[in-house]
Design a protein around this ligand. Structure first.
Ligand code: PA5
Length: 455
């Protein structure tokens, strides 16, 4: 069977004493069928885009140009960066930027305004041979826009032509980036208006930097399409997105407020970072679709195996019954290292000699899985037979679909993010953005009036 697999064995009773029972799942059969049908009918943007080749065609048209640079720098944040980061770390070698035999540009993804971080990237690039890809759907995000201004300032200070060193990925009609692009003839790519940031990895948002880095974007999309077929199945026991969403929902109702994703692979680790945003921003909501206050959401946490066995697993095994743990197993690593048979005189070391690191890592995964189950903690496993673009495309899509289903189960809007607006507004106001003067005053007064407690 091609593609990723899902092992739900340790999510169910009696393997887990407080586990979900098949009869609990069966009680939701009709509801789940309805939810799957509804999503397929509504065709949210992240589903619809798989049927439209125009986004792919456009980036393939400019492939030669974008790969002719030495450096490709993404300037974006949140949904306009996390997918890009996950794609690069997962599908390119971990030392990609330092490889001498690289045939494609170095890729940098600047997703913060920490000056030490931004400066460290700028130190590594020569603006003459750099393409900056500014990604912002709204064109208003302070972080992406300030980094754009910095890049633009550098381009201008070197006397370079902005048209030759900038490409914008933004809304087809609206926003300041679109306006500047129109005025100046800067190359742009469209983000489909109906696709929200965290669902946009398979749009030009994620695809362009992936292509720049030599990733097989066609296979990536093929993986997503094959997963669409799988998750369109109305039989919940054959649909990984539906079963996983329902299991997470039922556990959530039983007080399991935390969803840990723990890949046993450094290359797959940042998929968990992408998932963290998707699950948090889509499902953490104050109001339900009827406008009632519900304050729902399951906190996503990322952990790395085996590293975090020495940091988190004590808590996962013996702490409160509030976590579901999704382990990610990689069956075939791209590279392997055999542990040499030295120190055979010491039994504390000799058992490792002759084994491979992949064998050790996957045995550790088995150990964690076994221990979690023995401690009665629900855990499941996603199995990557190998890391390739097809499997990663499947992973992205199954989680997007699962998030949409979970949104319906929680009866919230999974596609908005009103909870991030207030913080953004405060930043605009305090940084002096026009139109926010009154609000800036209000914020300052409120903070001033507070009784302080600073040690
Ligand atoms: O998922 C989301 O909608 C957000 O994380 C956005 O992607 C993020 O805030 C960046 O927004 P924009 O692309 O408009 O700059």
């Amino acid at each position: 069977m091609k593609g990723i697999k899902f092992d739900f064995t340790n999510m169910f009773y009696p393997n887990i004493e407080k586990g979900i029972k098949y009869e609990d799942i069966n009680g939701y059969k009709n509801k789940m069928e309805k939810i799957i049908s509804e999503i397929l009918e509504e065709e949210p943007g992240f589903v619809k885009l798989l049927k439209n080749t125009k986004y792919l065609d456009k980036i393939l048209d400019i492939q030669e140009w974008i790969q002719s640079f030495d450096n490709f720098v993404v300037l974006g944040i949140g949904g306009s960066a996390l997918g890009n980061i996950a794609l690069q770390t997962t599908l390119n070698p971990l030392n990609y930027n330092n490889m001498n035999n690289r045939k494609t540009p170095k890729i940098f993804i600047v997703d913060n305004v920490d000056p030490d971080f931004v400066a460290s990237v700028l130190d590594q690039i020569d603006p003459h041979t750099t393409l900056f890809n500014v990604i912002s759907k709204s064109g208003t995000t302070a972080e992406a826009m300030s980094n754009y201004l910095i890049a633009r300032g550098i381009i201008e200070s070197y006397g370079l032509d902005p048209k030759k060193h900038l490409i914008f990925t933004t809304d087809p009609e609206n926003g300041i980036l679109r306006k500047i692009a129109k005025e100046e003839g800067i190359e742009t790519l469209e983000i489909p208006p109906e696709v929200g940031g965290r669902f946009s990895v398979l749009t030009p948002v994620g695809l362009l930097s992936a292509l720049a880095g030599g990733i097989d974007v066609i296979d990536l999309l093929n993986g997503a399409k094959s997963m669409l077929e799988k998750v369109s199945n109305k039989n919940i026991y054959e649909n990984p997105a539906a079963l996983n969403a329902l299991l997470h929902f039922l556990y959530y109702k039983n007080g399991y407020n935390i969803s840990v994703m723990m890949p046993y692979s450094n290359k797959l680790f940042l998929l968990a970072d992408w998932y963290r945003q998707l699950w948090a921003e889509s499902l953490g909501k104050k109001y339900n679709i009827n406008g009632e206050v519900v304050n729902v959401g399951q906190t996503p946490v990322k952990a790395l195996g085996a590293t975090d066995q020495h940091s988190q697993v004590q808590l996962y095994n013996e702490g409160p019954d509030d976590k579901i743990i999704t382990l990610i197993k990689l069956e075939k690593f791209e590279r392997d290292i055999k542990i040499p048979k030295v120190h055979e005189e010491y039994s504390a070391l000799s058992y490792l000699g002759g084994k491979t690191l992949s064998e050790l890592l996957n045995t550790e995964l088995f150990g964690t899985e076994y221990a979690l189950t023995e401690h009665g903690k629900p855990n499941m496993k996603i199995i990557f037979p190998e890391i390739n673009a097809f499997n990663v495309g499947q992973f992205f899509f199954v989680y997007e679909f699962q998030t949409a289903i979970m949104g319906k189960l929680l009866e919230i809007d999974a596609y908005d993010q009103p909870g991030v607006e207030l913080g953004k507004k405060v930043t605009y106001a305090l940084m002096g953005r026009e139109g926010y003067e009154e609000f800036a005053k209000e914020v300052k007064e409120k903070v001033e009036k507070k009784e302080k407690f600073i040690l």
